[in-house]
Write a protein that binds this ligand. Structure first.
Ligand code: ATP
Length: 330
């Protein structure tokens, strides 16, 4: 039996985690979940939102499913998400973005993948208050991390039958930092003659994504642009409730939705579990359980196609009612 860490998060995290565990169980696949709490709720008892036991659990099990975790603003705690990615060296953030059956959006045929560098850029947390009226934030781009993420993007393209990898920067303005990222992309692209390399500035990308998103295949971006662009691409396929993601390193992988903990709808039984469920489906493929992954994905698509939806997609089902419909369709 697979032993997998489940970080059940806070806000809507516990509700959608329960839904996903129920669906996987109903599919017939038994998983030994190693449930780990993290976030604001554990600070009082353990002094940190990300206790060492959570990291140890992921290191041991190698695979985790993670619901969103809130980081308290101020208070001096670093983001749990950022820390987890850094501690486990989960250098690649993968966010596939594809239309779902039954979810009507402005464009059909969207099928792109955002590959976001996960360890540096303005997320390195190197900030300095110069005086009362001035703050500096340092953007860190290294050759090692840039080459590694570009290689990941090209390898992903080869393995997944993709044809093009597009490097997204603002290298015309940040000539040194984004310039280095682009230089690394150009170098790595030469090792993949079968994949077409393409370059675009991030502002132009945003415009083209909202006009003609089907023009794009695999995108590779430094951390901050990747964060922003992947929320935009989530919007193209129905919003945060359906956008899946994964953080992948050499040793471990953590699968998690793009969305945050949505405290505004916490405890109301109205969160959409689809994004976490699709992240779990990718996780099952990753651990070699493709048959169950496909079975669950089909049941989810059938449910959406039949018009059963949570309120973020214009439906009227609660989280638990939607979960029940997916289970019936398994
Ligand atoms: P964070 O800073 O952690 O990203 P946030 O509140 O800024 O948190 P999200 O938590 O991602 O951003 O949510 C933004 C909005 O999208 C929420 O207010 C919520 O209404 C909606 N939302 C996000 N996820 C879901 C979901 N799974 N189901 C339904 N609505 C969602």
């Amino acid at each position: 039996m697979h032993r997998i860490t489940l970080i059940n998060g806070d806000g809507i995290g516990p509700e959608i985690s329960q839904s996903v565990m129920d669906i996987i169980k109903a599919s017939g696949l038994e998983i030994d979940w190693d449930i780990q709490t993290a976030g604001a709720d554990v600070i009082e008892q353990e002094g940190t939102p990300l206790p060492k036991r959570v990291l140890d659990s992921v290191r041991k099990n190698k695979v985790a499913l993670k619901a969103p975790v809130t980081t308290p603003i101020g208070k001096g705690f670093r983001s749990v998400n950022v820390q987890l990615r850094k501690e486990l060296d989960l250098f690649a953030n993968l966010r596939p973005c594809k239309n779902l059956p039954g979810v009507k959006t402005r464009f059909d045929g969207v099928n792109l993948v955002v590959v976001r560098e996960n360890t540096e850029d303005l997320y390195a947390g190197v900030e300095k208050q110069i005086d009362d009226d001035t703050a500096h934030s340092i953007k860190i781009i290294t050759r090692g991390a840039s080459e590694r993420i570009c290689k990941f993007a090209f390898d992903y393209a080869v393995k997944n039958d993709r044809h093009e990898v597009c490097c997204v920067t603002k290298a015309n303005i940040m000539k040194l930092s984004d310039g280095l990222f682009l230089e690394c992309f150009r170098k790595i692209s030469q090792d993949y003659p079968q994949i077409k390399p393409r370059e675009i500035l991030v502002d132009n990308l945003c415009m083209q994504l909202v006009q003609a998103p089907t023009r794009f295949d695999v995108l590779v971006l430094p951390n901050l642009y990747g964060d922003i662009v992947s929320d935009l691409t989530a919007g193209l396929i129905g919003g945060l409730g359906v956008a899946q993601g994964a953080n992948i390193g050499l040793d471990c992988a953590v699968f998690e939705p793009v969305h945050g903990s949505a405290p505004d709808i916490k405890g109301q039984n109205k969160a959409n579990p689809t994004a976490l469920l699709l992240s779990a489906v990718e996780m099952l493929k990753y651990i070699g359980e493709k048959t169950y992954a496909v079975k669950i994905e089909k049941a989810l698509f059938k449910t959406l196609s039949e018009g059963f939806k949570t309120s973020d997609l214009g439906g009227n089902l609660s989280t638990t009612e939607f979960t029940q419909k997916v289970i019936e369709n398994l």
